[in-house]
Design a protein around this ligand. Structure first.
Ligand SMILES: [Zn+2]
Ligand SMILES: [Zn+2]
Length: 174
């Protein structure tokens, strides 16, 4: 966008509501069924970010969360996530492509679609990727195996207890 045009747009957006400003950053030019990519800052996980002034303070929102919270009139809770049910395209903000789901539902959906671990059904330690055993990092969308966490915890504990075993023997001999 040329400088002059950008300045004109900034001046114009000053009188807009948050929602109107939000939508002015969304590219809907490919039609109502296409993806509507975010035209402002996109973070390194591919999601758009939207700054809103709330009670005199700037607050950064994930664009998908802000939009879905606004549309239903209530901010998303900590256990709720926005899924790109149709397109799997993180910067997309077409509300027809978006659904709000709880974290557990989101994981179940990924597992059902064979996503997560690139469609593999088991992790490298042969734990099955069930919804219960899968954790998705909310910020990155990366999948983790919960059973592996337990294994790694055990390994760490075993490593720690090895030098301590001498002390135990000593204690037992007294
Ligand atoms: Zn989309
Ligand atoms: Zn595992």
């Amino acid at each position: 966008m040329p400088q002059g045009e950008r300045r004109a747009k900034q001046a114009y957006t000053r009188g807009l509501s948050d929602y109107e400003r939000f939508m002015s950053y969304v590219d809907t030019s490919d039609g109502p069924d296409a993806c509507h990519p975010w035209g402002r800052y996109i973070n390194d996980t591919g999601y758009g970010e939207f700054d809103v002034t709330e009670n005199g303070r700037q607050r950064k929102h994930k664009a998908t969360r802000w939009l879905m919270g606004y549309l239903r009139g209530k901010e998303l809770g900590p256990d709720e996530e926005v899924m790109h049910e149709v397109c799997d395209n993180p910067p997309c903000l077409n509300r027809r492509h978006l659904t709000v789901a709880t974290h557990a539902e989101n994981v179940a959906d990924m597992v059902r679609k064979g996503r997560g671990y690139k469609g593999k059904t088991h992790c490298k330690r042969r734990h099955e990727h069930t919804p219960e055993n899968t954790y998705i990092e909310p910020s990155t969308g990366r999948r983790q195996c919960r059973a592996c966490w337990a294994v790694r915890r055990e390994e760490k504990r075993a490593a720690r207890s090895t030098p301590a075993s001498g002390a135990v023997t000593q204690a037992a001999s007294t």
